[in-house]
Design a protein around this ligand. Structure first.
Ligand code: GLU
Length: 530
């Protein structure tokens, strides 16, 4: 068997679509499984924008996920260039050969003339087939049309009878009637060439053995096969993957339908979670560049690449009916095109979240802390991660928070109060009113605060003991105090163990915060307002 060579061929759009990653992942796994090469080709023929800028988020996304490429963008390789914008001469030579061999022709029709033929066919309810009335096959015919001031395009002279039959490695035997094919344009008047020609030439030049791509390209395959055969190329094998579909539907997942997806509660939750973290990092996000359809969203929010890949590999592939957890090595070992399904796999946020949770909880606290530190830095909560005690403090917080931290970014939305200055702590208004809205509750907290000021042994065990002896003596219930204490030092109604919070914050900080909270409570809820 020829060496396995697969490719992913993104257009530089400025973002990496999660469905695109699934397609790239299957190509990558297939290449790795067979000891082959994975190529990252760039389809930038129709680019108006700055290519490097529009490509960066895509390459970044793959790097973050650990999907590496052997040849292609940036890394080069034996068949470079791998950018379509730099390969025009190759396509032009191929177009010329197709013309010379009679498989393509100069066409001098206008758009209106072809449209009129199409309309007439529709009116008569017959399939449209271009009359080829303005086809020029001799220099004389070309000269005649040009004298009329007409411009040309180059079209494939597609077969009109019979069918294109091929075996797709996912969909099995497929057949497309040639009569339904148009004479596709392969080259424009200005000499530029179109995707179908470019793609076929590239797959041949790069010695691609398997074209593994999304289902939307299945109907393109007959024309590409015809172009390839007409050029005398040996054809690659084709495998068309099912769509990554919208949550709860069979339609293709699209970045543009965000509003619709936000009606799905799981999608909405996922989106809001990411937005909260982005906000705390001070990022200006727009739905166009930051939402769960785009890979950047997961990187910025602090998901684990291993969790994303584990989730994505199951979108259209399975090993059996039960195994769900795969390391990347296990994916490589087990991946096969035979086990790819034909049915679209719906994007299930809940499931993705569950994978993230599992992968996250499999990390040690030290690993989590190392992954979270950059988020604290980005949020401006830690200035110098290497400063003495900084890493130890974070590890303590991570241990105290346990499995409540679901992504690396959660540290800044869930536990930021460990890092803000004592006088900058945000207060949960509802909880504040509930727990410290009366002079009695304020008085209990004030007494306990004074009690704490004499405590020397500021450890979880000892603070626990102190509080219990305090409530026994005061004859109050633990609920009358513990919530107010939490609120007074964290500003929140929920969080990790209360004594962990006190111990991590340290005595000085806790007393400061209690004082400030009490002052605020007395001002906000004075006795006469009762
Ligand atoms: N740039 C094309 C696309 O987006 C690549 C198609 C192909 O894989 O042949 O979808």
């Amino acid at each position: 068997m020829a060496p396995v060579r697969t490719r992913f061929a993104p257009s530089p759009t400025g973002y990496l679509h999660i469905g695109g990653v699934r397609t790239a992942l299957f190509n990558w796994l297939f290449a790795r499984r067979h000891g082959g090469q994975f190529i990252l080709r760039i389809d930038d023929t129709d680019q108006q924008r700055n290519i490097a800028e529009a490509l960066e988020p895509i390459l970044d996304g793959f790097r973050w996920l650990g999907i590496d490429w052997d040849e292609g963008a940036e890394v080069g390789g034996p068949y470079e260039p791998y950018y379509q914008s730099q390969r025009l001469e190759r396509y032009q030579a191929a177009a010329q050969k197709l013309i010379d061999d009679g498989f393509a022709y100069y066409d001098y029709s206008t758009t209106e003339e072809v449209a009129a033929e199409r309309d007439a066919a529709m009116a008569e309810k017959r399939p449209f087939q271009y009359s080829r009335k303005w086809m020029a096959t001799t220099p004389e015919e070309r000269a005649k049309f040009e004298a009329e001031g007409r411009a040309f395009v180059v079209r494939m002279k597609m077969p009109r009878e019979g069918a294109c039959e091929f075996t797709d490695l996912v969909r099995g035997d497929v057949s497309f009637e040639w009569s339904k094919e148009n004479d596709h344009v392969i080259q424009r008047n200005d000499g530029s060439c179109l995707y179908h020609l470019a793609s076929v030439v590239d797959d041949y030049d790069f010695k691609i053995s398997h074209v593994i791509r999304a289902e939307e390209h299945l109907p393109n395959t007959p024309r590409q096969i015809f172009i390839g055969q007409s050029l005398g190329y040996e054809l690659p094998k084709y495998a068309h993957l099912p769509y990554v579909a919208e949550p709860g539907s069979k339609n293709k997942l699209s970045k543009r339908k965000l509003e619709k997806y936000l009606k799905n509660p799981d999608f909405k939750r996922l989106n809001e979670h990411g937005e909260e973290i982005a906000k705390r990092m001070g990022l200006q996000t727009s739905a166009d560049t930051f939402n769960p359809v785009i890979v950047d969203f997961y990187e910025l929010t602090g998901y684990l690449p291993s969790a994303i890949l584990n989730y994505l590999v199951l979108l259209g592939w399975s090993l059996d009916d039960k195994t769900e957890d795969f390391t990347v090595e296990q994916m490589i070992e087990n991946f096969s095109l035979e086990r790819v399904t034909k049915a679209p796999a719906s994007f299930d946020c809940k499931k993705l979240w569950a994978f993230q949770d599992r992968h996250m909880q499999a990390l040690s606290d030290a690993e989590k802390a190392a992954g979270m530190m950059p988020y604290l830095q980005k949020a401006g909560l830690v200035a110098d991660p290497a400063a003495e005690g900084e890493m130890e403090k974070l590890e303590q917080i991570v241990t105290a928070c346990g499995d409540r931290l679901k992504t690396m970014g959660d540290i800044i939305s869930y536990a930021d109060y460990f890092y803000v200055a004592d006088d900058k702590m945000e207060m949960d208004e509802k909880g504040f009113k509930k727990r410290l809205g009366t002079p009695e509750s304020q008085a209990i907290l004030a007494t306990f605060r004074n009690h704490l000021s004499d405590v020397e042994d500021w450890t979880v065990e000892h603070l626990d003991k102190e509080m219990h002896s305090f409530i026994d003596e005061a004859g109050i219930k633990i609920g009358d105090l513990i919530h107010a204490v939490r609120l007074s030092v964290t500003g929140k109604t929920v969080g990790p163990g209360m004594f962990d919070c006190l111990a991590i914050l340290g005595k000085e900080s806790c007393l400061h915060r209690m004082d400030a909270t009490l002052k605020l409570a007395q001002e906000t809820f004075p006795p006469e307002a009762e």
